[in-house]
Ligand binder design. Structure first.
Ligand SMILES: *[C@@H]1O[C@H](CO)[C@@H](O)[C@H](O)[C@H]1NC(C)=O
Ligand SMILES: *[C@@H]1O[C@H](CO)[C@@H](O)[C@H](O)[C@H]1NC(C)=O
Ligand SMILES: *[C@@H]1O[C@H](CO)[C@@H](O)[C@H](O)[C@H]1NC(C)=O
Ligand SMILES: *[C@@H]1O[C@H](CO)[C@@H](O)[C@H](O)[C@H]1NC(C)=O
Ligand SMILES: *[C@@H]1O[C@H](CO)[C@@H](O)[C@H](O)[C@H]1NC(C)=O
Ligand SMILES: *[C@@H]1O[C@H](CO)[C@@H](O)[C@H](O)[C@H]1NC(C)=O
Ligand SMILES: *[C@@H]1O[C@H](CO)[C@@H](O)[C@H](O)[C@H]1NC(C)=O
Ligand SMILES: *[C@@H]1O[C@H](CO)[C@@H](O)[C@H](O)[C@H]1NC(C)=O
Ligand SMILES: *[C@@H]1O[C@H](CO)[C@@H](O)[C@H](O)[C@H]1NC(C)=O
Ligand SMILES: CC(=O)N[C@H]1CO[C@H](CO)[C@@H](O)[C@@H]1O
Length: 532
């Protein structure tokens, strides 16, 4: 991506955007909080969290300094992939409640000044979706909603090409009723939608509209990189990744099944649609943020289409063993590569990765401060604000994550995402106050008697630090409008961030050698010479 292209895109946006859109880019400098609905709060004692539970906890979010939440999928789903396989895009799964419950949630959130964002999973539907069921019966209209091709040898043995599913093995499954193969980036029960088909585009726009009409404030788009594939269905080249077998996703270099240009263009068109909607209805601008695990240039490319890519660097690139210089280098890379003045964001954790307190042992507060003091949007996964840790010893019998189940009893523990999905630890009562059921969908971490919100409210704690920083992040002018500069000091032992607006300055110093106290000379940074 050349700088000129990006500048052009910015100029275009300025000239084409409507002046009427209210609270443009309101998500800048927000504290954006991911709710994993199954694990937040259970009101009907079935051991699984629900919408009524989220509604009950809305005041907790507000009191914690959070001002926008996004909900992982709540749609009807066979739960082959915990709601990321959707059988109806415009309804609520009975496990979570009803559309009525959702309307109440949104109404209460609005009263509290809390924005609500939903997860959109556009790459595929469940195989139980009526569209796919019709396709399997040969209905031409609905067959074209999906991706079909003849086998290479026109038989039922050889798939159309060598593409591999993320869950391993061929990405094509033969449908005897059609004597053709259908494409699926993930499980064979998650057929991919054909976004080259205008009818599919329109259907998805109707889905966007359905939830906007119910008052939501935007979308977080799941697995954004997978929407379009090469039209010619060309074989992908080998990656030569170490240890990859021909069934493994990593065996191939996915140049024809990820990051395709039409994918970006589709999101650009959704951005426009959301802006038109907000304008027409005299509402605040709608947020659109993308989950895209991809290379840095492909990540930056989203900015060209005026949508915000999640920044996963504190999960993927930087680790607890990275040096202060590497932290600085990566943070600066993002700040200097995104279009000037655009919105940065810092994701510390999510439902697909180990908990931040487990990835950065003993350094959670440092990471919280970093995400809150850096410019842009701070992104928190529920439970990280109290320092919940992975439940490392979930047994095979208790394992729920489909990816872990696919891996088998020998290998599940290494890849399971269950450890970071356990129920929220509210207090020291039964099931950590999460549920009155006799068993919960995943076990509650046994440490809840000492690690819980109620306890953390009563003494110096991760939660108190989080809350203080969250308010600062949103209210302190040096953070909401201030300049940004980073530096390292003491021969790379200390990472510093300075935010400044007029006479107000916020300085963050992180000691990378916790056990050795540091004296930092700040005169070179234009600050008082000695701070401890
Ligand atoms: C949106 O704008 C209105 C009017 O300017 C303001 O009162 C409100 O606080 C803004 N909301 C957000 C989320 O910024
Ligand atoms: C999805 O749910 C809605 C309720 O919002 C219902 O009206 C519609 O018929 C369902 N669609 C499908 C395809 O089942
Ligand atoms: C996708 O839809 C387009 C337009 O309807 C059609 O031309 C194309 O063949 C479909 N692609 C596949 C792989 O089914
Ligand atoms: C982070 O790591 C991924 C995977 O190795 C890489 O593709 C990406 O470019 C890296 N991003 C940054 C910001 O260094
Ligand atoms: C990083 O964390 C791992 C545990 O996740 C630990 O084994 C390792 O010692 C830590 N490294 C540093 C430098 O703290
Ligand atoms: C977002 O906030 C930062 C300060 O944190 C500011 O520098 C930047 O210009 C803002 N961008 C937008 C689009 O509001
Ligand atoms: C996991 O280990 C903890 C402490 O070692 C123990 O109390 C707990 O019962 C174990 N949980 C499971 C599900 O085995
Ligand atoms: C839990 O188990 C006890 C004893 O078997 C039973 O009386 C009670 O109804 C159960 N509670 C729930 C919520 O299922
Ligand atoms: C600075 O760090 C480098 C590499 O860690 C080390 O070789 C050097 O001796 C250190 N210098 C001082 C003045 O501590
Ligand atoms: C775009 C999309 O749907 N991404 C999801 C695709 O499906 C897999 C499997 O359901 C999910 O894990 C992704 O998150």
């Amino acid at each position: 991506m050349s700088l000129t292209t990006r500048l052009c895109a910015v100029l275009l946006l300025v000239s084409s955007s409507s002046a009427e859109i209210l609270n443009k880019s309101w998500w800048n400098n927000t504290v954006f909080y991911q709710v994993y609905p199954r694990s937040l709060y259970d009101t009907n004692a079935d051991g699984i969290g629900d919408l009524k539970g989220i509604t009950l906890k809305l005041p907790y979010f507000v009191e914690s300094g959070i001002n926008a939440i996004w909900l992982s999928p709540i749609y009807p789903s066979p739960m082959v992939d915990f709601g990321y396989d959707i059988s109806n895009f415009t309804n609520v799964d009975p496990i979570f409640g009803t559309l009525g419950d959702f309307k109440i949630l949104v109404a209460k959130a609005k009263k509290l000044g809390l924005k609500v964002v939903l997860d959109l999973v556009p790459n595929h539907t469940s195989d139980e979706h009526p569209w796919f069921q019709k396709a399997l019966k040969g209905d031409e209209k609905y067959k074209n909603y999906y991706m079909w091709a003849d086998g290479k040898d026109k038989d039922d043995k050889t798939p159309p090409n060598n593409w591999i599913s993320v869950f391993s093995g061929s990405a094509w499954t033969y449908a005897p009723s059609q004597k053709q193969w259908y494409f699926h980036q993930f499980d064979y029960r998650q057929p991919d939608l054909n976004f080259s088909n205008p009818d599919v585009k329109e259907e998805m726009q109707n889905v966007l509209k359905f939830w906007l009409d119910l008052g939501i404030d935007g979308y977080r788009v799941d697995s954004a990189v997978f929407i379009f594939e090469d039209k010619e269905l060309r074989d992908e080249p080998r990656s030569y990744a170490a240890g990859a077998t021909p069934r493994d996703y990593t065996y191939l270099d996915h140049i024809y099944t990820t990051d395709q240009l039409p994918t970006y263009e589709l999101f650009g068109s959704w951005r426009k649609y959301l802006d038109e909607y907000a304008d027409e209805h005299n509402q605040d601008q709608k947020m659109m943020v993308m989950e895209a695990y991809t290379s840095f240039p492909h990540t930056m490319q989203y900015y060209d289409y005026d949508v915000t890519p999640f920044n996963f660097m504190f999960i993927i690139n930087v680790t607890n063993s990275s040096s202060a210089q590497y932290f600085k280098q990566e943070i600066d890379l993002w700040m200097n590569s995104m279009p000037k003045g655009d919105i940065a964001n810092w994701v510390l954790g999510n439902h697909d990765n180990h908990r931040v307190a487990s990835r950065y042992p003993g350094r959670l507060d440092q990471m919280t401060m970093l995400s809150m003091i850096l410019p842009g949007m701070a992104v928190t996964y529920n439970g990280d604000e109290i320092g919940m840790v992975d439940l490392a010893n979930i047994s095979w019998a208790d394992t729920k994550d489909p990816e872990a189940c696919n891996a088998g009893i020998e290998h599940y523990a290494a890849i399971s995402r269950d450890p970071e999905r356990t129920p929220f630890q509210w207090d020291a009562t039964k099931n950590a106050g999460f549920s009155k059921a006799n068993s919960t969908w995943l076990p509650v971490n046994a440490n809840y008697k000492t690690l819980n919100l109620l306890r953390e409210k009563s003494h110096e704690s991760h939660y108190k630090i989080y809350k203080t920083l969250a308010y600062m992040h949103r209210k302190e002018p040096a953070l909401t409008e201030g300049s940004y500069r980073s530096f390292t000091a003491n021969n790379g032992t200390v990472l510093g961030v300075i935010r400044n607006s007029g006479s107000r300055t916020v300085l963050l110093l992180i000691n990378f050698k916790d056990d050795i106290p540091q004296q930092v000379d700040l005169s070179a940074e234009g600050l008082p010479p000695k701070m401890k």
